[in-house]
Design a protein around this ligand. Structure first.
Ligand code: TXA
Ligand code: MG
Length: 346
């Protein structure tokens, strides 16, 4: 297969619009940018379009997909009921980086929900994403555009790395603004329950509806509420470890490890906040942004992990990022990427 790569400006062209519409309708896949990360899209009611996504990503079939629609009214056919507090969340945060898990209607096929009776839906904040959905004129399922287990894509270069000549169309929208995936919230119960932290924080949700809780991840039957929770995620090829402690402790520890690795020939990379640049000298360094700007750190995280891969780093050390409103989302992704390997020097 030869992938057609379009820029977002190309979306104005009639023949490109026709190509996108036809590609989705025929049950083929289109990668497009959103404000969170790039998504690999398929027509939600096309078995072929959805199985294409699962197979090209190598995604386990019980991990459900998020349905993307262009505007709030478009969710109607796909859900049974909406709780009043969920409606408030939609009105407040849509279009935007918030996915709501609701009871699905009968027309939503089980092959997109991984066998669940609920469906996650969002109206993306990105104008380009909404334009793509409007051009398609169809509900679109779009998981993050990465091979399963790899860091999500925040640049078209990442998408090209994973999917060139494996999907029909890739749309280049530049760097993703947020860089971490949407907040996923289960709104089937009495209170909203956060299944995956993102840019819409628990504080923001609480402010709108008065109550919120974090999912316990695993319910009494030992099944995760969000199937995505149980899989290995975002993992770079090199072994990632999070180092916690005072800045001096962390810097000393990393420098010690760098000296040791020089003897053994292990290639070391470090994800570093700009405040500490120059204090650690590994083989490869990636600047995450300022400790005082959690949005900047969030937007660079996946790029940092992927850049370590492209430099064939064996061992990666990162600082922990516990400041700012994106801290929950950042640490959630970082812990998963590190397979929960944390060294605490405190
Ligand atoms: O920002 C995003 O949400 C991006 C962009 C492309 O929109 N998409 C994305 O999709 O991150 P994906 O498939 O990589 O992650 C979806 C997550 C998974 O952890 C999945 O288990 C969970 O949402 N999820 C989807 N539907 C669910 C449902 N019905 N119940 C519980 N969790 C669900
Ligand atoms: Mg994903």
């Amino acid at each position: 297969m030869k992938t057609r790569v379009y820029t977002y400006q190309d979306l104005e062209k009639q023949q490109v619009q026709e190509d996108i519409r036809q590609t989705f309708t025929e049950g083929k896949n289109v990668v497009f940018p959103t404000e969170t990360v790039y998504g690999i899209g398929g027509y939600a009611l096309s078995k072929e379009g959805i199985s294409g996504i699962y197979s090209v990503k190598g995604r386990p079939s019980d991990n459900p997909l998020i349905l993307h629609v262009a505007k709030q009214e478009d969710i109607k056919p796909f859900i049974k009921t909406v709780q009043p507090y969920a409606r408030k969340l939609m009105e407040h945060f849509w279009p935007g980086p918030l996915t709501l898990v609701m009871e699905k209607s009968d027309i939503v096929p089980m092959y997109i929900t991984g066998g669940l009776h609920t469906v996650g839906i969002r109206v993306p904040g990105s104008e380009i994403a909404r334009k793509v959905i409007e051009i398609a004129g169809l509900p679109i399922c779009a998981p993050s555009a990465n091979i399963s287990g790899r860091p999500s894509s925040t640049l078209v270069e990442h998408v090209i790395e994973d999917f060139m000549d494996k999907v029909d169309i890739i749309i280049d929208g530049g760097k993703s603004e947020i860089g971490l995936e949407s907040t996923v919230v289960d709104v089937t119960g009495e209170f909203p329950e956060i299944l995956r932290p993102g840019m819409v924080t628990s504080e923001m949700i609480k402010e709108v509806v008065g109550a919120v809780q974090f999912s316990q991840a695993i319910d009494e039957n030992d099944t995760p509420k969000s199937p995505g929770m149980k899989y290995k995620h975002y993992a770079p090829k090199g072994m990632l470890t999070i180092i916690e402690g005072s800045p001096t402790q962390v810097i000393d520890y990393m420098n010690q490890k760098i000296i040791e690795s020089k003897e053994t020939g292990v290639k070391v990379g470090v994800l570093i906040p700009i405040e500490y640049v120059g204090l650690v000298e590994p083989d490869e360094i990636f600047m995450m942004g300022s400790l005082h700007n959690s949005k900047e750190i969030a937007s660079n995280l996946f790029e940092g992990l992927r850049s370590m891969d492209s430099k064939n780093v064996d061992v990666i050390y990162t600082f922990a990022f516990h400041q700012g409103e994106m801290k929950d989302a950042i640490m959630n992704r970082l812990l998963k990427a590190a397979n929960y390997q944390v060294i605490s020097l405190k």
